[in-house]
Design a protein around this ligand. Structure first.
Ligand SMILES: *[C@@H]1O[C@H](CO)[C@@H](O)[C@H](O)[C@H]1NC(C)=O
Ligand SMILES: *[C@@H]1O[C@H](CO)[C@@H](O)[C@H](O)[C@H]1NC(C)=O
Length: 305
């Protein structure tokens, strides 16, 4: 009798182990990709970006979206919209503390371990939940200080800033190369170059920087199966919503689903990108503009260049 009881316990433990293992494997498996890097530049016009040999080269490796627009006025509202599904009626670059849901409530619904691992990498940010408006002694051409909080949407949300298990995932940009070299890059990555590298600085500097980032990412992505890099621009100089350069760059096995040299004229915007992440991992929407947005794979107008 005691022995039969032991066998039942062993069987139950085996079943539990199998269940734990299979759910761990399933967690990061997305519909289209298992890992995404969203690299957010700023301020260049579509033609300025496409006229840069590096941006053009990487666009040709995947799909150029020729009808993708920013959604808010100024830069900050666009960064916010990309993770919140709404602009929160922001019209300036002043630091704000915002209530409301973001994508992080879906990726990491409770405050402990995330369902989908994530990090926000911001160049010249110092980590440890720093809430400063500006950081960095490096002066870049037009804007002066190299890190500005207006380009870090994560720190502005109470639900992230006030919870250390979330806040600690906002890290300096240099951590990307370190994480990549340890083969420990999260599934969802949001990367923001500083003001010297993001398109606001010297002509050509954004392109050079993209090349360096892609080198870091592709060195790592060799070992990962389906990786998508999205290169986009938060906003345009002058701050009106309008057409911004956006490209989908597939790596690894993802290259089977996005042919080289394709382009799409479908009307997309930053909400479409958010919706793509939600749909990829079957996450609930944020009940904002993401509800009606099409995901970037829901695309009847893609063709070869
Ligand atoms: C910036 O916008 C916020 C609302 O989004 C407003 O409360 C604040 O007064 C504005 N600041 C300036 C300097 O215009
Ligand atoms: C972009 O999409 C809009 C809305 O569907 C459409 O009216 C417009 O013609 C498209 N523009 C281009 C350049 O394809």
């Amino acid at each position: 009798m005691a022995r039969a009881g032991t066998n039942v316990v062993v069987l139950l433990m085996m079943a539990l182990a199998i269940w734990l293992f299979s759910s761990a494997v399933a967690a990061g498996q997305g519909k289209w990709f298992d890992r995404i890097y969203i690299i957010v530049f700023d301020k260049l016009k579509f033609n300025e970006a496409y006229g840069d040999p590096t941006f053009k080269k990487w666009a040709i490796r995947g799909r150029l979206l020729t009808n993708y627009t920013s959604v808010g006025y100024g830069a900050q509202s666009n960064y916010i919209s990309m993770i919140a599904g709404r602009t929160h009626d922001i019209y300036n670059e002043t630091s704000l503390n915002l209530a409301g849901f973001t994508l992080i409530d879906r990726l990491q619904p409770r405050f402990d371990a995330p369902v989908i691992s994530w990090k926000a990498y911001l160049e010249d940010y110092e980590g440890v939940c720093n809430t400063a408006d500006k950081i960095g002694k490096v002066r870049c051409d037009r804007t002066g200080i190299s890190y500005v909080r207006a380009h870090n949407p994560f720190i502005s949300f109470d639900s992230i800033r006030s919870r250390s298990e979330r806040c600690k995932k906002i890290v300096p940009g240099t951590h990307l190369a370190e994480d990549a070299s340890r083969n420990d890059v999260p599934e969802f990555n949001f990367y923001v170059p500083n003001n010297c590298h993001n398109g606001e600085g010297k002509k050509g500097s954004a392109g050079k920087h993209l090349e360096a980032l892609m080198t870091t990412i592709t060195d790592h992505a060799v070992s990962s199966s389906r990786t998508l890099v999205v290169v986009t621009f938060a906003s345009l100089q002058g701050g009106q919503p309008g057409k911004v350069f956006t490209a989908l760059i597939p790596l690894g096995e993802m290259r089977r689903s996005i042919p080289e040299g394709s382009l799409s004229e479908t009307a997309f915007n930053h909400y479409s990108l958010l919706r793509t992440v939600e749909d990829n991992w079957d996450l609930e929407t944020l009940k904002g503009k993401d509800v009606t947005a099409k995901n970037l794979f829901d695309d009847e107008n893609s063709a070869s260049m």
